[in-house]
Design a protein around this ligand. Structure first.
Ligand SMILES: Nc1nc2c(c(=O)[nH]1)N[C@H]1C(S)=C(S)[C@@H](COP(=O)(O)OP(=O)(O)OC[C@H]3O[C@@H](n4cnc5c(=O)[nH]c(N)nc54)[C@H](O)[C@@H]3O)O[C@H]1N2
Ligand SMILES: Nc1nc2c(c(=O)[nH]1)N[C@H]1C(S)=C(S)[C@@H](COP(=O)(O)OP(=O)(O)OC[C@H]3O[C@@H](n4cnc5c(=O)[nH]c(N)nc54)[C@H](O)[C@@H]3O)O[C@H]1N2
Ligand code: SF4
Ligand SMILES: [Mo]
Length: 693
């Protein structure tokens, strides 16, 4: 049996993998406390996927044909070369993924900048973590999803979840809410009585069932009350925080009656929660409160400002850096944290350095053995990049590594048309995802248990992913593909193919950066050390908790920023009178490319559904398991009704894990947050009706 971690989400449950046929079972580890969800238990089936690709495939007018590796790589390099001859380096773009190991994410960023020489690289983390990241960076000076170990939640008096459905999206993590539920302190903000909101029942806490897209107004209401009623930690604010007066003034106009009218949250509940939070705060003798955001509050056009308001609230109560308490974003993808630190993001270089910063460029250029001038400048965020594909001044070629963007990007039909208009699409994957099926070349890669690497879990702790099985013959690791293409493209620098060598280079590139991995070696990880970044040297113990004494800002102080709600980009109107919110179910992961291929998961949920309130179902004449058609300005989809009193009567919910007619992203809005570039997946205005049989 090999000790490794689950291939899916950021909880990175520890598992043992082995046997014949190969199977996974959980092992003891702090984040999963010996548990795994259904996806983890069935994960080994992916290694035996029936339609696993084991040879490069080239598109022909009649379908895909197998080709040899050398022929495929030679032709790809020649076509890149031809496109760049006429269009320049930015004729080629790259789209990465937060599921890639640190080694692959790092090498992909380097490959884009040095081998393709393009500035146009971005990744699916833009859909996932970018608003929380932007808010934490601008207020606290650093973005580490949870700046404390998950186990800290156990002892708190209050844990408040803004749009996180942890019970479905990271089920073993619910164990860390045991203590707070016993104390009646779990507060869940969600337009649905989600599985997580149900954990507040029987005196364990409370559910705030607000109108979708109104979290920011709700937060301004809480801030109004804590400031108006002098519940803030004045000593902490004076000692550690700038910008307090501007925030205090800005929340004065958000009095409870006004907030209640917009959010649908009763004034009494608003006041009660403000006081519960204040009473849990250390300055009032409380046992601590954690305010955590998930995608429900972040995936909005004002997501960065919403998270900023959560941080303003946590700072107002003196929670950030307290022994028990703080703000955190619950990172989503397996390597969502590491994936956003090492250079897949359009404006970043490894170690969370900024690509426009001359000192950062010089440091990384030194590690790469190139002149800083060679490194291109910042590119553009994911949606702007995807929407520019094939346009008159846009790129004509795209490389995709670790995303099924055709199913997971908003306004998916528009993005399909952009991808179809390209001259060259290269997709690296191990199965024929919907996106791979659009490619000119599919390059088959090794997956999780077939390769070594590291992942950085939701707490900023670096983990070893270990090889447990041999890959089928014919597939290659992405590190080998980068190296082979770099040689054909005459790229400067060294292109190691061993994960350990690439990782050691990453450590040097990250040294001195915000996310400093210099001291985190494979040897220390293999010896079982729990190492959280920053960890600047091999004798440094790592940093499980940030902010105890100061903030990594130029002044050492946190910065509150006054924010204003702008509301959803789509407005309700007579032809689109219902809110659509989207999200996840327990059985499926993301675009479903992987979990729709696992028998048990697919059998237990083969199709998309529409969660709809009985009153709304009645209004449109839907009964039982009728199909519902959902239509927006962008497009339309069909799924089966699931009538339930757990959702607001003005809102329907659809999971996004399905393709074809069940693909909800045909309907969602590609409007983005102006600060982070994150799209508004969580809310748009739709029309619903019974679908004709
Ligand atoms: N089973 C499963 N687990 C996963 C994943 C998966 O695909 N499947 N993906 C992983 C990844 S990448 C991520 S990012 C995480 C995401 O994990 P979560 O953030 O927990 O997941 P979501 O279901 O996207 O959204 C959470 C909740 O937000 C609510 N919501 C919708 N609109 C609003 C709103 O306006 N305000 C508020 N407050 N809530 C709202 C939804 O009803 C939903 O219950 O999960 C990770 N874990
Ligand atoms: N409507 C709606 N849409 C959403 C969201 C939502 O809440 N609502 N959430 C958004 C969020 S938070 C996220 S994170 C995105 C995720 O959505 P996607 O970016 O589509 O993520 P996955 O479905 O995980 O796609 C990963 C693909 O990469 C492949 N893969 C896995 N590992 C590797 C590897 O190591 N190398 C390579 N080359 N390929 C690999 C898998 O087989 C799969 O085809 O979806 C976003 N889309
Ligand atoms: S919670 Fe996440 S990491 Fe754990 S078993 Fe499930 S999918 Fe895997
Ligand atoms: Mo995500």
């Amino acid at each position: 049996m090999t000790d490794t971690h689950c291939p899916y989400c950021a909880l990175q449950c520890a598992q043992k993998l082995g046997g014949d046929p190969i199977a996974a079972e959980p092992r003891a580890f702090p984040t999963n406390v010996g548990g795994m969800c259904q996806k983890g238990w069935t994960s080994a089936e992916l290694l035996r996927a029936q339609d696993r690709i084991t040879t490069p495939l080239r598109r022909t007018p009649t379908g895909f044909e197998p080709v040899g590796w050398d022929e495929a790589l030679d032709d790809i390099a020649a076509r890149v070369h031809a496109i760049q001859e006429t269009d320049g380096p930015d004729g080629v773009a790259v789209f990465g993924g937060g599921g890639l190991t640190n080694e692959k994410a790092y090498q992909l960023g380097k490959f884009a900048r040095l081998a393709l020489r393009t500035r146009l690289i971005d990744y699916n983390g833009r859909f996932c973590m970018s608003s929380a990241a932007a808010a934490a960076n601008r207020t606290l000076g650093v973005d580490r999803g949870l700046p404390f170990p998950l186990t800290d939640l156990n002892d708190a008096q209050v844990v408040m979840l803004f749009g996180s459905n942890l019970a479905d999206t990271m089920p073993p993590a619910v164990q860390h809410l045991g203590g707070v539920r016993e104390r009646g302190g779990l507060i869940v903000v969600d337009p649905r009585l989600s599985a997580t909101a149900k954990l507040t029942e029987d005196g364990a806490g409370e559910h705030v069932q607000l109108v979708p897209g109104t979290d920011l107004v709700f937060l301004l209401g809480l801030l109004h009350i804590v400031h108006a009623e002098s519940l803030v930690d004045a000593d902490y604010l004076a000692a550690r925080v700038d910008g307090v007066d501007a925030v205090r003034r800005s929340v004065a106009e958000w009095w409870p009656e006004r907030v209640a009218a917009t959010t649908g949250v009763a004034e009494t509940q608003l006041r009660r929660i403000a006081r519960t939070l204040a009473d849990a705060s250390p300055h009032r003798g409380g046992a601590g409160a954690f305010l955590l955001t998930g995608r429900g509050s972040e995936q909005h056009v004002d997501g960065t400002d919403t998270v900023t308001a959560v941080i303003n609230l946590a700072l107002s109560l003196g929670l950030v850096g307290a022994e028990r308490g703080g703000y955190g974003a619950i990172t989503g993808q397996g390597n969502g944290q590491g994936g956003r630190e090492h250079g897949q993001k359009s404006d970043q270089l490894p170690g969370y350095r900024m690509i426009a910063d001359p000192a950062a460029r010089e440091h990384v250029a030194g590690v790469w053995g190139v002149d800083p001038e060679v490194i291109p400048g910042p590119g553009v965020p994911a949606i702007e990049l995807l929407m520019s594909l094939g346009m008159p001044d846009g790129p004509r070629a795209l490389f995709v590594h670790g995303s099924n963007v055709l199913v997971s990007a908003p306004d998916a039909d528009a993005i399909r048309r952009r991808i179809e208009s390209l001259d060259l699409v290269v997709v690296c994957d191990f199965i024929p995802s919907e996106t791979a099926m659009l490619a000119d070349y599919i390059l088959p890669v090794t997956q999780w248990a077939e390769e070594e690497g590291t992942m950085t879990g939701l707490e900023g702790r670096v983990l070893r992913r270990r090889k447990a099985v041999e890959a089928p013959s014919g597939v290659r690791s992405e590190l080998e593909i980068f190296s082979a293409l770099a040689a054909r493209l005459d790229a400067p620098g060294v292109w190691a193919t061993e994960p350990r060598e690439v990782y050691d280079e990453l450590r040097r590139a990250s040294a001195g950066g915000r996310a400093d991995y210099a001291g985190i070696s494979y040897d220390r990880l293999d010896a079982g050390e729990a190492l959280y970044w920053p960890c600047p040297s091999e004798d440094h113990p790592g940093t499980p908790r940030l902010f105890a004494d100061s903030f990594p800002t130029p002044s050492g102080r946190a910065k509150m920023i006054a924010v204003r709600p702008v509301g959803p980009a789509d407005a309700l109107r007579s032809e689109a009178p219902v809110w659509l919110v989207t999200g996840r179910v327990l059985q499926h992961y993301q675009s479903g490319a992987q979990t729709r291929r696992v028998t048990k998961l697919n059998e237990s949920m083969p199709r998309a559904y529409v969660e709809i309130h009985p009153m709304l179902a009645d209004r449109i004449g839907v009964e039982g398991i009728d199909d519902i058609r959902i239509t927006s300005k962008r497009g339309s989809m069909v799924a089966q009704a699931r009538i339930s009193p757990d959702i607001r009567p003005d809102t329907v919910f659809v999971p996004f894990h399905f393709a074809d007619e069940g693909m909800v992203n045909a309907v969602t809005n590609a409007a983005t947050d102006p600060v982070s570039g994150m799209p508004e997946f969580k809310v748009c205005a739709v029309q619903i009706r019974r679908a004709e049989a």
